[in-house]
Design a protein around this ligand. Sequence first.
Ligand SMILES: C[S@@+](CC[C@H](N)C(=O)[O-])C[C@H]1O[C@@H](n2cnc3c(N)ncnc32)[C@H](O)[C@@H]1O
Length: 225
Amino acid sequence: MVPPFLEPMSSIEPVISPMQSNPPRDLSPYFRTLDDFPDGLNWQEIFGNDNPVELDIGCGRGLFTVSAAKAHPETNYVGIELDYKEGRRAAARLLRNDLKNARIVGGNAHDALRKWIAESSVAAAHVYFPDPWWKRKHRRRRIFTDEFADLLCRVVKPDGLIHSWTDVEEYFEVIRALMDHHDQFQPLTAPSERAPEHDMDYQTSFERKKRKLGCPIYRGLWRRK
Ligand SMILES: C[S@@+](CC[C@H](N)C(=O)[O-])C[C@H]1O[C@@H](n2cnc3c(N)ncnc32)[C@H](O)[C@@H]1O
């Protein structure tokens, strides 16, 4: 029997709102789920080009995905989100902004990185403000584990980048230890804090919320060797 602390992450099911009585609004192609891609995520088919692809893992409402897609039209962005309601909000923002270089995929990022995304097929992965799961008995639900670091290594190309920020110092130290000690990643100097130019000028919604509360933000950046 697998001990409970080794239970695979895929046992965490996507969150589908029980309140939805009407069929949800069709947000395709901006929102689709992993199950819509039985043959895996083929970037050329999804975007119709060979531009570099960056992942926003646990994208929430998609502030990073939307802003980055607007700022870098030559790069394709894919937000992966377990909570379909949040993922659909992010997709609605992409639709409103007519951003053809970004998509949201509903599902578990562990599954996506393990089975749906081809090896060495993404230029960067962003993991911003992963859920801290404060209670000790819930810590095993955290997304960043040594297996997750290996999965990032699997999908990110050599020289590709991993960005991870959080306001939780203890979790940041865990992430830093996993990444700094991984033989395939090299730590780089992370960007320092920058004053926002307007009210939505933050990397993500959680960065905005936490900085407005005055919390320090811990930023990490690594390069795949
Ligand atoms: C604290 S929120 C941060 C959202 C966003 N990155 C930000 O900084 O505003 C963490 C997000 O990660 C999502 N998440 C947690 N575990 C996940 C998993 N295994 N796969 C995909 N998304 C996940 C949650 O549903 C949630 O939306």
